[in-house]
Design a protein around this ligand. Sequence first.
Ligand SMILES: Cc1cc2nc3c(=O)[nH]c(=O)nc-3n(C[C@H](O)[C@H](O)[C@H](O)COP(=O)(O)OP(=O)(O)OC[C@H]3O[C@@H](n4cnc5c(N)ncnc54)[C@H](O)[C@@H]3O)c2cc1C
Length: 253
Amino acid sequence: MAPIGSIIFALFSLPFLVASQDQPLSWDDDQFYECLLHEPTIFPRQLGSLFYTQSAQSYWPILQSTLRNRRFNSSDASKPRYIITPHNSDHIRGAVMCSKRFNLDLRVRSGGHDYEGLSYLDRRGPFVLLDLGQFRKIDVNVTDKTAWVEAGASLGEVYYNIANKSGTLAFPSGLCRSVGVGGHISGGGQGTLMRKYGLAADNVIDALIVKANSTLLDRKGMGEDVFLGHTRRWGCKFWRRCLMETQISPCSS
Ligand SMILES: Cc1cc2nc3c(=O)[nH]c(=O)nc-3n(C[C@H](O)[C@H](O)[C@H](O)COP(=O)(O)OP(=O)(O)OC[C@H]3O[C@@H](n4cnc5c(N)ncnc54)[C@H](O)[C@@H]3O)c2cc1C
């Protein structure tokens, strides 16, 4: 096995509570839409491919596209008030900002494999689903032995892209190809290379996060404590994790 050092660039957003429970909800479809539109540097004038209300034609196909636990597809399961499908980190910043302004919870979904449906269910009230299905670019650098992976990519896509460029490099993570990078690394991520290289999260070497105030921070900006909280202590819920940089471990040819 030859070491593959890869940087995985992933857009990560932890499912954290935006809304404060002691404040009354005050939202409206048009107002929320306007909020997104009034961030011209963040959202384009046309939100057609980014923002969906329950009456939108694409709402259900998008919701169900990665709703892996079919138990939660029932009519009595809580459904998102809005779905936002960001294409870049600015869209995520806008979603965070407007969800906060309208006191709405924000759920984040990458691969949709959460056993409890935490990425698309919320029993506390209206919420926004930030669906990272469009956020899945992967850029493998064989020379540096690094890769940038957006959080919406699946593990299978990561493996495929690495294998396309090298027969000796690999990233140590889980077995199921459709599991999302975002949720997987957030939870640690075990796989067949674990004994030698540790968990997937152990190999994260940088990350971008979006804070609740919509600031985008890399490892340096967030500081080591926060970075390690995201990558070495699973379940940190105080920050919106947006972007991660990981190290990929060696494997034999
Ligand atoms: C069939 C199957 C096989 C599995 N195999 C393995 C395995 O081999 N090894 C292993 O370790 N685990 C395995 N798991 C567990 C899997 O890693 C977790 O369920 C993981 O959380 C799923 O991530 P996801 O992105 O697909 O799910 P999601 O439902 O999208 O997300 C899961 C959780 O992570 C949060 N989240 C999603 N995206 C982000 C993000 N960008 N930033 C921060 N938080 C985010 C969500 O809000 C949710 O709480 C398996 C699960 C299944 C269902």
